[in-house]
Write a protein that binds this ligand. Structure first.
Ligand SMILES: [Zn+2]
Length: 143
């Protein structure tokens, strides 16, 4: 996170139009890419997002007994919200691991089948090229 004062300073210097992006980057300690993004208006307003997040964390409702955890909290209960979010994250991660396991098992199975087919084909080839005497049960002098 870049300090807001640095952003403001870069915006002021850009508005002055006297310095290059490189000079502004050096003067403020912000990267040239970021200075360029500020100049073109491409830089997301992180500060506004942070303010929005901070205000989202302020107590909203009245003080009350949470039906989820039983705590005396400002509703909605943030603890239960965090637990729910964490459970959701874990469920997503579990589903991801499950899919990865299934994919690995499918790949292993198809590799085993392929190897088995190749082995059978190799055996068939080797039998095809056996001399007729050996296919008959050995040379006559072995009997
Ligand atoms: Zn709760």
């Amino acid at each position: 996170m870049i300090a807001l004062v640095k952003i403001k300073e870069a915006q002021r210097l850009l508005a002055e139009g006297k310095l290059s992006h490189r000079k502004i980057a050096q003067a403020t300690g912000i990267s040239r890419a970021t200075v360029g993004a500020i100049a073109s208006g491409r830089r997301p307003d992180y500060e506004a997002r942070q303010r929005a997040r901070a205000s989202a964390n302020e107590p909203l409702g009245p003080l009350g007994r949470c039906p989820g955890c039983g705590g005396l909290v400002y509703m909605p209960c943030r603890l239960c919200g965090a637990r729910k979010a964490k459970e959701h994250e874990q469920e997503v991660a579990r589903a991801h691991r499950r899919r990865a396991r299934e994919l690995a098992a499918k790949r292993l199975l198809s590799a085993v089948r392929r190897a088995s087919r190749e082995r059978e084909a190799a055996v068939a080839r080797s039998q095809r090229y056996l001399p007729p005497a050996e296919l008959d049960g050995g040379a006559p002098d072995c009997k």
